[in-house]
Design a protein around this ligand. Structure first.
Ligand code: SF4
Length: 82
């Protein structure tokens, strides 16, 4: 599937390492400071983009049919691996 750029994978998961503009990492459920108003990563294609982020791929079982479904599924994954 193609990424629908809903931003859920840049909001739902926590990032435990420092990332640009978020020196203490990103709490689960917080909108990443590097996400613009169109839900595009402003670091995309740059070496500064965290490796964690590059690991996310659009998958039906993760993304579901909507932003809301993706948030629910990623939050569940987050809690299962915490
Ligand atoms: S750094 Fe970019 S890809 Fe990673 S969570 Fe933030 S906006 Fe998303």
């Amino acid at each position: 599937m193609d990424c629908r750029k809903c931003g859920a994978c840049c909001i739902a998961p926590s990032i435990t390492t420092p990332i640009p503009n978020m020196p203490h990492g990103k709490p689960a459920g917080a909108r990443c400071a590097n996400l613009n108003d169109r839900n595009e990563c402003t670091l995309y294609g740059q070496t500064a983009r965290p490796a964690f982020c590059a690991g996310w791929q659009p998958l039906p079982e993760v993304c579901g049919q909507s932003f809301s479904e993706a948030m629910t599924r990623i939050t569940t994954l987050e809690q299962a691996t915490a």
